[in-house]
Every structure is written in structure tokens, then in C-alpha cells.
Design a protein around this ligand. Structure first.
Ligand SMILES: Cc1cc2nc3c(=O)[nH]c(=O)nc-3n(C[C@H](O)[C@H](O)[C@H](O)COP(=O)(O)OP(=O)(O)OC[C@H]3O[C@@H](n4cnc5c(N)ncnc54)[C@H](O)[C@@H]3O)c2cc1C
Ligand SMILES: *[C@@H]1O[C@H](CO)[C@@H](O)[C@H](O)[C@H]1NC(C)=O
Ligand SMILES: *[C@@H]1O[C@H](CO)[C@@H](O)[C@H](O)[C@H]1NC(C)=O
Ligand SMILES: *[C@@H]1O[C@H](CO)[C@@H](O)[C@H](O)[C@H]1NC(C)=O
Ligand SMILES: *[C@@H]1O[C@H](CO)[C@@H](O)[C@H](O)[C@H]1NC(C)=O
Ligand SMILES: *[C@@H]1O[C@H](CO)[C@@H](O)[C@H](O)[C@H]1NC(C)=O
Ligand SMILES: CC(=O)N[C@H]1CO[C@H](CO)[C@@H](O)[C@@H]1O
Length: 494
């Protein structure tokens, strides 16, 4: 098999690296390293001049993530990846890491003048029925994971939209429709297999490298490159779920129902939902994606919504995967999003509804070509936080309060509007945040997977967690390779 040939070629690379280092004079460049990679591993190195370069550098969810890497490496296995990381570390060449490519941040998972490590070939999936665990590769899409697990009657705690990537979602914590029952995606990892800055391969779990295990649960790309996640799986049967669609002017009523849903005593953890409203686009209105993780029609958990007349309603009993396949995002070229968190109250939601029709930023966004704003609201219950703690702690510093994670998704067409779109979204997020600070509803937490590139997510994990993350970095990446040489993504800071 090709694997054998790869090994021979790649053991040649180590030797060459040593010679090259010994002889190194002057400043090493990404172009030199790319030539070396290409000489040694043609099949897995894509240079600027090659036909595949275009589609690989423009993958893909949002055009804001496109860039011009000097070359793109697609390691075929762990040994390849170790050699690539060793070479880049030794030569001090900057690089980016990409799994599913769904982060819209410019240069968050891509790079100009550097090497893009594209993890596409890490798409393994093994289910271990005796332990109810699955080992999954970072390049898989959640739809592929769910489909494979469904054959065993199981599912995993992962993305709510099927084409999101595994790697970035878990390393950014990962919110799922199962989270009130089982915690966040990162809470359900039992082992991370990781290539460290010096190229060594380690497992991080409760027993081996427990400090790294903790740090990776929210630590993004600050500690190493994850080559495999072993995650807990859970039985799933049919669910009741779908989308209830309301008109935009029903937003205050829908948010009042949302408040009632969140504030009942002992909220049923089998119920979950996500609200999306498009104040720039009245024809889209307000979408409530709701799911009950049992085959039970119209469960009591959602009773606050049942009296509100809908424009359309697709709720029915179906498979969990069919339900998630119904979740969509508008097809718009460029995206940015901003996150903030607050504790719910009826007065806060009422003021938020008003803001969504009056804030000047909404006009600024709708005046851009295909300018679109989607307000997203995600309920986070204390049971989610407790379920996470019960599975071992994470680095996120969440406080045990019922809360809402808000996201403003901003979509537009042309790069010439990038600054205007980013500014408007950021100003609106700040406006909402000021309102929550004034009313005492503010929660000092930024959900990484919904955050914009200029939100300092890790700093908000709290001072003691940040100190512990820095300590962990000193152990596993003493020369701060993942800070200095990997500029993209949410960084811990030096
Ligand atoms: C349509 C859509 C729906 C979404 N739904 C959800 C949802 O339901 N729940 C949720 O939590 N989030 C959701 N997200 C957000 C999503 O989790 C983030 O955008 C996440 O970064 C995507 O992961 P990825 O692997 O596709 O991204 P990438 O762009 O490939 O990577 C994201 C970041 O992680 C780093 N990274 C990726 N792989 C590795 C690795 N193997 N080792 C080290 N670092 C790595 C990258 O360097 C980059 O900084 C959604 C996003 C989209 C676009
Ligand atoms: C490179 O790819 C070609 C075409 O797919 C294949 O025939 C060849 O065996 C590969 N070489 C290695 C070293 O894997
Ligand atoms: C969170 O809300 C639930 C009801 O949904 C309630 O039972 C619980 O006491 C609340 N927790 C806190 C810490 O307020
Ligand atoms: C909502 O707005 C009113 C009027 O401005 C204000 O008095 C109240 O404090 C606000 N409440 C919240 C929770 O923001
Ligand atoms: C609003 O949404 C509709 C339906 O998705 C779409 O056809 C239309 O182009 C959108 N308008 C704007 C301004 O985005
Ligand atoms: C690589 O780094 C790890 C963590 O700092 C260290 O334990 C290990 O000894 C290093 N390996 C080599 C070969 O230097
Ligand atoms: C790799 C890939 O799929 N690239 C596509 C991303 O989306 C743009 C526009 O939709 C296509 O032109 C690219 O081919």
C-alpha cells in the first residue's frame, strides 16, 4: 500500500532536515520549505502553480477565509504530519491548520506567505461498541459522523448543521442539541491524539497528560495539532423536531415564549432549541429550530410556543439526522459573526426585540450588497454546565447560571464591504452588551465558535484558567511555536 512508500519517503525528510539545519545560513523562507516538501512528498504538497491550488486555497465556507498560502500540505498520516511540524518549527516558518474550514475569520485557518496544513486526509472513523466510544478524524463533517453512528443506533455531541467540521468545533468547545443532557462537545472527548510543536505524538486524557487534556477543552489551536478525537457516543432513536416559522413582527412574542421556556423550574434536558431571526430580511422572519430527543409530539417543554400562530411548521417525528438536515444558512459569499452572553429575563428580551428594529447598525448592514443580519439565540442551562463538570472539567470557566449565548451573523457579498460589515456587527454586539451590563444581565463569557476574529475569547476564561493555560503551554510548547508561527485563530497570547 501507498502507506509503506510514504514512510520511506518521509524518513528521508528527517535526514534532509538535519542536513539543511546544519547548513542553514540566512533567513529560511516559506518558499524554500515548500520546495523541500514538494521534492520529498509530491503527492501531498500542492504548490501555487498547480491546478488544485485554486480550489484548496479557497475552501470554503466563507470567502473571508480564502488566502494565498505559499503551498498547501495534506499530510496522509501522523508520521507525515510530525515531519511537517518538525520542519516548520525548526525553520521558523509560519503556518495555518485547517480541518473543516468553517471558521469565517480571515486567516483563522489559512495563511498568506506560509504553509497551510490541510487535515483533509484525517477522516478516519472507528466505532468501539463495547465502550460506546468513537475515534473520529478532525476533517470529518458532523453529518458523516452522525450517519456512521446511526448504523449503531448512536449519536455524538457535535454540530447542529451537518457540514460543519469536527476539528474546529470540538477545539472551540462545541454546542449541540444534546448539550443540556451531556455537556459540550469538548466535555465528551475522552482522548485527544496530538502532534506537539516538536513533532512528538502524545495522547491527552484523564490519566496521560491530564493538563493538556484539560487545556484542549476550549484551547483551540494553541497547544498542538489534533489528529484524532475519541468521543463518547449516546443512544438515539426518533426525535420530534423541526422549524416553526414566525413573522419578524412576532419577535417580541417569540422571545417572551423563549424566556418562559428557559425559566420553568427543572427544564427538561431532552428539549433544545435555537432561535434565528433576520431583521434585515422580513421575508425570512423568525425561525425556531426545536427538537425533543424522544419520539414524543408537542412535549410540554415547548408549551410556551404552542399558542403563537406560525407561518409554517415542519415539526414532526423523524430521525435526529433528518431533523438536523433541515437546518440551513442562507447562501451568501462572506460571513463574520460576533458573540456575547447574558442571563435571560423578560425585560431584557423585550428590550432586545426593540433593539432589533431600531438599532442603526441594522440599516448599515442591510445597505451592503446582499447585506444580511441573523440574530441567533441559544439557551444554555445549568444542566449543561453540570453535565460538563461531571465529565471532567474544561478550560472555559463557565459559571453555573442559566444563560443565553447570543450570536450576530453578518453576511455580505464583496470584500470592499469587509470593514463596514465587521464594524456594524461589532457595534451592534457592543450595544447589546452595554445593555446587559447596565441591567446586570451580562455574563462574562464569549462562545468561541460564534466569536469574531477580534474578540479575545481565551482572556474571558477567567484569570486562573488563563494562568493555567499558559503554564500548560510552557510544558508542551516551551518555545511558543503555536503562538509565534500559527498566527491564525483564537490565540492565548504570549
Ligand atoms: C453553518 C455553520 C454551523 C455551525 N454550527 C455550529 C454548532 O452547531 N455548534 C458549534 O459549536 N459551532 C458551530 N459552528 C461554528 C464552528 O464550530 C466553527 O466555525 C469551527 O471553527 C468550525 O470547525 P472547522 O474544523 O470546520 O473549522 P476550521 O476553519 O478548519 O478550523 C477552525 C479553527 O480551529 C483550528 N483547528 C482546526 N482543526 C484543528 C486541529 N486538528 N488541530 C488544531 N487546531 C485545529 C484552526 O486552526 C482554526 O483556527 C457552525 C459554523 C457554521 C459555518
Ligand atoms: C502518488 O499518487 C499517484 C497517483 O495517485 C500514485 O500512483 C502513487 O503511488 C503515489 N505515490 C506515493 C508515494 O504514494
Ligand atoms: C436554572 O433554571 C432551572 C430551570 O430551568 C432551574 O431549575 C435552576 O434552578 C436554575 N439554576 C440556577 C442556578 O439558577
Ligand atoms: C429595558 O429598557 C427599559 C427602558 O429603557 C429600562 O428601564 C430597563 O432597565 C431595561 N431592562 C433591561 C433588562 O435591559
Ligand atoms: C431575503 O431572503 C430571501 C429568502 O431567502 C431572499 O430571496 C432574498 O434575496 C433575501 N434578501 C436580502 C436582501 O438578503
Ligand atoms: C517534545 O516536547 C515534549 C513536551 O515538551 C517533551 O516531553 C518531549 O520530550 C519532547 N521530545 C523531544 C524529542 O524533544
Ligand atoms: C474547494 C471548494 O469547494 N471551493 C469552492 C468554494 O465556493 C466557491 C463559490 O461558491 C467555489 O467557486 C469554489 O470552487
Amino acid at each position: 500500500m501507498a502507506g509503506f512508500t510514504f514512510r520511506l519517503l518521509w524518513s528521508g525528510l528527517s535526514l534532509l532536515t538535519v542536513h539543511a539545519l546544519a547548513a542553514s545560513i540566512g533567513k529560511p523562507s516559506a518558499a524554500t520549505v515548500c520546495e523541500q516538501l514538494y521534492t520529498l512528498q509530491q503527492n501531498n504538497t500542492v504548490l501555487h502553480s498547480q491546478p488544485q491550488y485554486g480550489s484548496l486555497s479557497t475552501e470554503n465556507w466563507s470567502e473571508t477565509a480564502w488566502a494565498n498560502p505559499t503551498c498547501i500540505v495534506q499530510p496522509a498520516n501522523v508520521v507525515h504530519l510530525q515531519e511537517v511540524v518538525r520542519l516548520l518549527s525548526q525553520k521558523n516558518v509560519q503556518f495555518a491548520i485547517r480541518s473543516g474550514g468553517h471558521l469565517p475569520s480571515p486567516l483563522g485557518a489559512n495563511i498568506n506567505n506560509g504553509v497551510l496544513i490541510d487535515m483533509s486526509l484525517f477522516s478516519q472513523l472507528h466505532y468501539h461498541p463495547d465502550k460506546r466510544l468513537a475515534t473520529i478524524g478532525p476533517a470529518l463533517k458532523w453529518g458523516e459522523v452522525y450517519e456512521a453512528l446511526a448504523e449503531h443506533g448512536m449519536t455524538a455531541v457535535g454540530g447542529r448543521i451537518l457540514d460543519v467540521g469536527v476539528g474546529g468545533l470540538i477545539l472551540g468547545s462545541g454546542l449541540s442539541y444534546l448539550s443540556d443532557l451531556y455537556g459540550l462537545a469538548c466535555d465528551n472527548v475522552v482522548n485527544f491524539e496530538v502532534v506537539l510543536a516538536n513533532g512528538s505524538l502524545v495522547n491527552a486524557n484523564a490519566k496521560s497528560n491530564p493538563d493538556l487534556f484539560w487545556a484542549l477543552k476550549g484551547g483551540a489551536n494553541n497547544f498542538g495539532i489534533v489528529t484524532a478525537f475519541t468521543v463518547r457516543t449516546y443512544p438515539i432513536g426518533k426525535v420530534w423536531g423541526g422549524i416553526k416559522l414566525y413573522s419578524l413582527d412576532q419577535l417580541p412574542t417569540v422571545l417572551a415564549a423563549f424566556d418562559a421556556y428557559q425559566s420553568v423550574p427543572d427544564k427538561d434536558p431532552y428539549a433544545n432549541l435555537m432561535i434565528q431571526a433576520a431583521p434585515t430580511n422580513a421575508s425570512v422572519g423568525v425561525l425556531v429550530n426545536l427538537v425533543y430527543l424522544k419520539p414524543e409530539s408537542s412535549p410540554a417543554a415547548f408549551r410556551a410556543f404552542y399558542d403563537i400562530p406560525t407561518l409554517a411548521d415542519s415539526t414532526k417525528i423523524q430521525s435526529f439526522n433528518e431533523f438536523m438536515a433541515g437546518g440551513v444558512m442562507p447562501n451568501i459569499a462572506r460571513w463574520d459573526w460576533h458573540a456575547t452572553s447574558f442571563t435571560p429575563s423578560s425585560s431584557f428580551y423585550s428590550n432586545l426585540s426593540t433593539l432589533m428594529t431600531t438599532a442603526p447598525e441594522i440599516k448599515e448592514i442591510s445597505s451592503l450588497n446582499t447585506g444580511t443580519l441573523v440574530l441567533g439565540l441559544q439557551p444554555i442551562s445549568t444542566s449543561l454546565i453540570a453535565a460538563g463538570q461531571a465529565r471532567g472539567s474544561n478550560a472555559l470557566g463557565l459559571i453555573a447560571r442559566n444563560q443565553t449565548w447570543l450570536v450576530l451573523d453578518v453576511g455580505w457579498q464583496f470584500s470592499s464591504d469587509d470593514d463596514a460589515a465587521h464594524m456594524a456587527g461589532g457595534k451592534l454586539k457592543d450595544r447589546i452588551e452595554r445593555m446587559s451590563v447596565t441591567s446586570g444581565n451580562y455574563v462574562d463569557y464569549i462562545f468561541m465558535n460564534d466569536a469574531s476574529w477580534d474578540q479575545d475569547v481565551l482572556e474571558h476564561y477567567g484569570p486562573s484558567n488563563v494562568a493555567r493555560l499558559r503554564q500548560t503551554r510552557a510544558t508542551y510548547d516551551p518555545t511558543a511555536v503555536f503562538q509565534r508561527l500559527v498566527p491564525g485563530g483564537f490565540k492565548l497570547g504570549v
